[in-house]
Design a protein around this ligand. Structure first.
Ligand code: GLV
Length: 276
């Protein structure tokens, strides 16, 4: 069983000639070199489904916290700075009726869209794969090009998997395409955002704020973030509830046991490996 912090690559596989299976305790599996595993007949598995709602909840928590400046407001109280109510204190932006742009409309993206309905948000989305018309209707979500989404959204949530194709999907050029009043939420993987460009954009006011659960080079995040008030930072806890982390561990365990028992693991990522 491995975590997303373990790199399962050719170098490791070379040193583990008897390895049969790498059961990741995560839905994202960019820590696993799938081609290298397949080439050596090593099965790889992940933990989809069980963390979808929990991760969508955290993305929404970041959205709300960022819009309403919750961590900044709490720090203000804790620092003993609060001297009383005033009209323009810690003004945030409204979530209700705002436009939410979701990039990456997989399981978690669609679940975030459902959360957004409760806040009467307008939802637009971008993904290489367009959702069927009935799903778009049910989610009240409209397909948009990436540029349209960046230009229109008040909140942009990133929820696509990390891969070489999505590396720095949001960089300086994309941040410039967003509204100066917009908020960026990264609840998927470090690396889909160019963090140095984001720090610069937050400093310059290119966008209003960001909410981040994931970072490049975790846990050594870009120290520029720590200097900024307009960013909400949490340490990769998207799936971290007791029930969900237990369910993820159980899912990984079931995958592992199935693989070792000669069965097909329920969440096998590389069926070709089993044939070897
Ligand atoms: C967590 O980041 C996961 O991919 O499950």
């Amino acid at each position: 069983m491995c975590a997303l912090t373990d790199r399962i690559d050719a170098k490791l596989l070379e040193r583990c000639p008897k390895l049969k299976v790498a059961a990741n305790i995560a839905v994202g599996y960019n820590n696993i070199d799938l081609a290298a595993c397949t080439a050596r007949g090593v099965m790889a598995t992940n933990t989809p489904e069980v963390l979808t709602d929990t991760t969508a909840d955290l993305a929404f928590a970041l959205l709300l916290a960022t819009a309403r400046r919750l961590t900044e407001a709490e720090a203000y109280i804790r620092a003993g700075l609060w001297q009383g109510w005033h009209l323009k204190q810690l003004l945030g932006v409204d979530v209700h009726h705002a436009t939410l742009g979701i990039i990456g409309m997989g399981r978690i993206g669609r679940t975030i869209a459902r959360r957004a309905q409760g806040f009467e948000m307008r939802v637009i989305y971008h993904d290489p794969v367009r959702q069927p018309a009935d799903v778009e209707r049910r989610l009240n979500a409209t397909y948009a090009s990436k540029d349209e989404l960046l230009a229109q959204a008040d909140f942009v949530i990133l929820q696509m998997p990390y891969s070489p194709q999505t590396h720095h999907l949001i960089g300086a050029a994309e941040l410039k395409k967003m509204k100066p009043s917009a908020v960026l939420i990264n609840s998927t993987r470090g690396g889909v955002v160019d963090d140095a460009a984001l720090v610069a954009a937050l400093k310059a006011g290119t966008i209003r704020a960001a909410g981040l659960d994931v970072f490049e080079n975790e846990p050594n995040l870009n120290p520029g973030f720590l200097q900024l008030d307009n960013v909400v930072l949490v340490p990769h806890i998207g799936s971290s509830t007791e029930a969900t982390r237990r369910a993820m561990a159980m899912t990984a365990a079931k995958n592992l046991v199935a693989a070792l028992a000669g069965q097909t693991p329920p969440n096998l990522l590389n069926p070709e490996a089993k044939k070897k």
